[in-house]
Design a protein around this ligand. Sequence first.
Ligand SMILES: [Zn+2]
Length: 78
Amino acid sequence: MSGFVCPHCKKVVDIFKRGGGEKMAGEMGVPFLGSIPIEPLIVEASDNGKPFIYHYGKTLAAEAFAKAIKPILGMTRK
Ligand SMILES: [Zn+2]
């Protein structure tokens, strides 16, 4: 999780700084898949049993999830 999407103005606020995950991935020699913004709708969707990406596909967090899983899906499909 990285950054908080303000529900009022949709601006991303880096509450926990930025770049730590990417730096660690580089140090460990593994691919950096991306940053998922802290999104209150993820909690709401999860609590209601709704797949977040399916129901909130237009949010920044859903776009980040889609981008992060794309290379993983590419590795598992034959
Ligand atoms: Zn705001």
